[in-house]
Write a protein that binds this ligand. Structure first.
Ligand SMILES: NC(=O)c1ccc[n+]([C@@H]2O[C@H](COP(=O)([O-])OP(=O)(O)OC[C@H]3O[C@@H](n4cnc5c(N)ncnc54)[C@H](O)[C@@H]3O)[C@@H](O)[C@H]2O)c1
Length: 372
């Protein structure tokens, strides 16, 4: 029986352990915090309970999933695993020293994966004896429910490590999308304009509710502000600030004052009972809803085109990642095709021309332009 190791049994690690156990793997799981180890199996059972109650999972299968997870004291007990995934604290030294310890015990052909959201996989691999087997496997929260996993290669990752990782992921049923080792990977980066352009419209005087209503009318399950309310404005701000820093403050990753003000006001979204639009119902879509949708979709297409031009991913990969990771009804390249590159280019040119000084260059397309 192939074993998968999971280190860090918080929100993500516990979900990842459940994913691999449900796929039939033996999971060797650990956490540096003793209580997290002690209650991990109970937390997995609790996480599976709604599916058992809904009749979607038998109690026998639940027990089988649980019994495949073995809690161990630390990395030294993980030598037999074919793949180790870390979901520990988001700090570079913690991840580097963990991988250094894993390298001591794991087989030479075993794969070491990080679930980092914001660190560079290359930086994590630096200083290790075998950086060629270090990859990113970026799961989304909640890991058992979200179909998407971004498979991140850093420049030194061996193709063999990627092939092995894809093969090991196959039984989990996840959709694995190749992704370059760039800040925000695919989803967290290409999602920025969805929120950012909505915030730009808000700063120009539009209300969050009418912007969301326009997007919902166009087929989006949630508008940008309702999505921020769901995630939490503070979490969205931290993600935006992180990407802004990683991209040297480029205006495409501008941190809008409207978002900062929302966080400062404490109305963070569902978790505080009030957000940009939550809990109020949306009004009817405004008359110029198609113009709002075009503007947001044009900037989504532009960001995706910039990422594509940097290499390491594909149009289909980006579209699939955003549909699965952000629940969008169509990907940025679907939008490009639907509106037509000429319409999108004209919209971006209009926005660039009208941009205030702090947003100048935000709307410029990549050097090779936009092609459907
Ligand atoms: N929460 C999310 O939505 C999300 C989504 C994708 C990726 N991630 C990434 O996943 C990782 C974990 O995030 P989380 O939200 O699950 O965090 P968390 O705080 O819920 O859990 C982290 C766990 O790691 C343990 N830990 C810390 N240092 C350790 C070490 N050196 N060895 C073993 N265990 C250690 C902690 O005790 C804790 O139980 C981070 O890298 C984060 O960026 C988070």
């Amino acid at each position: 029986m192939t074993a998968v190791a999971v280190i860090g049994l918080g929100t993500m690690g516990l979900g990842i352990a459940q994913v691999f156990a449900a796929a039939g793997y033996t999971v060797l799981a650990t956490d540096s915090h003793e209580p997290a180890r002690a209650n991990a199996l109970d937390r997995i059972a609790t996480s599976l309970a709604p599916r058992v109650e809904a009749g979607k999972l038998s109690s026998i299968d639940r027990d089988a999933i649980r019994s495949r997870v073995q809690i161990v004291d630390g990395p030294e007990a993980m030598g037999q695993a074919a793949l180790a995934i870390e979901a520990v604290i988001e700090q570079l030294p913690a991840k580097q020293s963990l991988f250094a310890a894993l390298e001591q015990v794991m087989a030479p052909d075993a794969i070491l994966a990080t679930n980092t959201s914001s660190l560079s996989v290359a930086a994590i691999a630096q200083g290790l004896k075998h950086p060629d087997r270090i990859i990113g496997l970026h799961f989304f929260n909640p890991a058992p429910a979200m179909k998407l996993v971004e498979l991140v290669a850093h420049p030194g990752t061996a193709p063999r490590a990627l092939d092995t990782a894809r093969a090991l992921m196959q039984p989990t049923g996840k959709t694995v999308i190749d992704c370059p080792d760039r800040p925000g990977f695919i989803v967290n980066r290409c999602a920025r304009p969805f929120y950012g352009e909505a915030l730009a419209l808000m700063e120009e005087g539009r209300t969050p509710a009418e912007i969301d209503a326009a997007m919902v009318q166009a087929g989006y399950r949630l508008g940008p502000f309702s999505l921020i309310d769901l995630i939490g404005a503070d979490i969205n701000l931290a993600a935006t600030e992180g990407l802004n820093r990683a991209m040297d403050g480029h205006p495409r990753y501008h941190v809008f004052d409207a978002l900062r003000a929302q966080v400062a006001s404490g109305t963070l979204g569902r978790k505080t009972g009030r957000g940009f639009v939550h809990p109020d119902p949306l009004p009817p879509a405004p008359q110029d809803a198609p113009a709002i949708v075009l503007r947001i979709e044009a900037t989504l297409a532009n960001e995706a085109a910039w990422l594509l031009a940097e290499g390491g991913t594909t149009r289909d990969g980006i579209d699939t990642a955003l549909k699965l990771g952000l629940n969008l009804p169509r990907g940025p390249f679907d939008c490009l095709q639907a509106h037509g590159p000429a319409t999108i280019a004209a919209e971006l040119a209009r926005l660039e021309q009208a941009a205030p000084p702090h947003l100048k260059t935000r709307y410029l397309p990549p050097p090779d332009g936009l092609t459907a």
